[in-house]
Each structure stands twice: as structure tokens, then as C-alpha cells.
Design a protein around this ligand. Sequence first.
Ligand code: HEM
Length: 412
Amino acid sequence: MSSDQAAVSEVTPVQLAVVESVAPHLRHNPYDSYEVLRAAGPFVPGPHDTQLVTGYAQAQAILLDPHWSHAEEPDLLHGDSDVELPGSFLWMEPPDHTRLRGLVGKAFTARTVTGLTERAHTLVEDLLTRILAAGEVDLLEALAYPLPLTLICELLGVPPEAHEQVRLMSAGIARGLDPDLLLSPDELAARTTAVHEFTAFFGDLVRQRREAPRADLISALVQAEEAGVRLTHSELIGTLLILVVAGHETTVNLIGNGVLALIRNPDQFERLRADPELAGPAVDEVLRYDAPVHLTTRTAHAEITVAGRTFAPGDAVIVMMAAANRDPAAFADPDRFDIGRYTPGRKTERHLSFGLGLHYCLGAPLARLEMREVLHAIACRVGRLTLLEEPPYRPNVVVRGMSELRVRVEGL
Ligand code: HEM
């Protein structure tokens, strides 16, 4: 036996699952490897001396404990290259996180989101009319991209002719959120270009709004003030980056994953058609069943014990929310897609797809609103959904999703 063969034969099933959980050719189904990891125990050694966390109870405990910090993620995942991702409060801890999230929260209120309901409804209706007329479409191009992109761009005040440019920059940055060790030199270069373009493009818009404010979120952020303190220019760019990338790429995948789940589970599609009011609970089931954001990282800032293991300050974990959402210790029949799981009155653990604790997703109400409109419109207007070919997946690990979803959509 050669030394190479010996090395291969020494790989354990758990080590193989670690590799397969991020392998590009298995992005359509990382869930089997997640199951192997979860069965191996609460902590499995991952890359960069991290521990992988796939169990619900442990993931929940870590996300809720403020002694675990998110500030080190850029170093942990992107320390191998020299790109500077603009600092966002997603990667900060108190007191900076509290100050910036508070400022953004002032501009991005529940009222802002509620005010978008009618616009989201009209957009979905128009897009669906076009889809029904076309019959066969790539649903990502025809619905999943335009809806969140248009809404977030309109909310921010990006002119319509620049929406496509924002989409391209955002896609380049989204792949760049993956650990650097998984990125090719071309992808790393594309991220650097996208970050520079983003900084220049939004830098211009910020300057314009500073001089002549309008009724948009960029103007509101420029003016937002907390105890006499305003966002600095780089804080503003970092905030816009996270609003655009987190507020767009994620929702695209939520819509795509939801439609795919309905196609693969025709009984659930019929159930939704029979009762379109199930659209609300169905949103949360899609989030649980096929999460758009698969993982996040945390670094211990104190000595912390979780599930009998003591972590020292500086120890890092990769919390795999998409795996925790399928933990049989937390969810009955976790691999079953059941759109009634989150109906009020049914006792179900909350999913971890929007995170938990200090960094709980700021855009969750907006994402829920968009997806509810999509599912409600499909329930009321679509008679049949057929998959035309097995959908290919993008290689992305953190924000996971398809690159195309070719379907036939027939009306009633
Ligand atoms: C389906 C759609 C979405 C999913 C699955 C999602 C998921 C997440 C997750 C998992 C986190 C926490 C990350 C962590 O703890 O490490 C997060 C944070 C965040 N999300 Fe979302 N998100 C979605 C949509 C949105 C939208 C529409 C926006 C805004 C327009 C948004 C803005 C943010 C921001 C600003 C944070 C940082 C919060 C903080 O650090 O305090 N997200 N999101």
C-alpha cells in the first residue's frame, strides 16, 4: 500500500463528513453529513482548531451566551487573505454593537417594514403574472432575485438603473463570506473587486444623501443619531454592506428553497393551496427545513462550559444552525417538511435560522413578509409546479442555495 493509500484509508467517517459538509459537489444535500457529525457527539474538530456544533441544545446555548463573541469571525474565516471587509456591527460586540444596532434600528423600524407590505404584494403579483404567462422559467431569475433586490434597493434609495450592479456586487461578496480556505484565487480576487466597487458605489450615494437627503433609508442612516453620536463613514458603508448582502442573498435562497420544498412535497403544496393562510407558518418551516444561512462562528471571551466541555478564552466554534434545525432531540420527525409545524398552538422549538441572542437577524420581519407574500400568491394562483431539471447549487457554504431553479408554473 502506498503512503497516499494509507492516508486515505485512515480517514474516519466523521472526518469525511467534515469535508463533505462543505464539498461543492454535495451542496444539494449537506444534511446527510450533518447527521453523521451530530451523531458523533456535541463537538467535532473542524478547520482552524475550531469545534463544529451541530446539536440544537448546544447551538442555542452558545448563541444565547454573550460570552461567546462574533467579532473574531473576519479573522477566523478570512485571515488568510488581505481583503478588508468593511466593518459591520454583525462582527462587533457591545458597546459598539449596541450603539450601531441601535442607530440602524431607529431607521429600520417595524413601521418601515410594515410600510413595505403593499409594495411587496404588488411586486409578487406582477412577477407571478409574468411567470404564469411565460410558463417555464428559472424561478430564481424570475422571482427569487427581483423581489428582495427591488425591495432592499428601493428601501435604501438605490436608483432602478443600478439595481443589477448592486446584485452583481452582492453576489461577489456573498461567496466571499465563506472561509478563505474554500475559495479559489479567482473568487478571492472577485471578492476584493466587489468590495471595492461596493465601497465606491455606496460611498457616492452616501455623499449625495448627506448633501440632499431624501425619504430613504440611506438618508435616515446618515441622519440617525444616538446620544449625539452619528455613524462614521466606514460604519455606514459596513452597515449598508450587511443590509444589502444579508438582506438580499439570504432571502433569494429562502424563496428558492421554499418553492423547491413545495415541489418535492406535493402533499404540502396541496395543503397550502387548500388553506393559503398557512403561508405564515410555512415560512418558518421552510426556514427550519432548508435554512438559507448554514453556519456562523463564535469565539469564547471567558472560560465557558458547554455540554461538559470547557472552552478557554480564544477557543472558537462553528455553529451549524442548518444542522441544529434537523436535530431529532429538538424536532419531531426533523427531516419531514410539514408546513403546519409552526401553526399557533402547536408546540415546536424555534428554529435557529435567524440566529439568536445579540445578533438575532435585524431583517427577520422583512424576510418573513417577502416569503409570506410569495407563498400566499402561489397558493392562490398556481395550480401546478413541475421541476424541469435537477437544480444545480452554487458552491457557497455560509449562504447556501441553488444557482438555477427551472420549473413549469401552471395557473388554476
Ligand atoms: C431569509 C432571510 C434571512 C436569513 C436566513 C438571515 C439570517 C441571519 C442570521 C443567521 C443572522 C445572525 C448571524 C450570526 O449570529 O452570526 C443575521 C443577522 C443579521 N441580518 Fe439577517 N437574515 C435574513 C434576512 C435579512 C434581511 C432581509 C436583512 C435586512 C434587510 C438582514 C439583516 C441582518 C443584519 C443587519 C444582521 C446583523 C444583526 C446583528 O449583528 O445584530 N437579514 N441574519
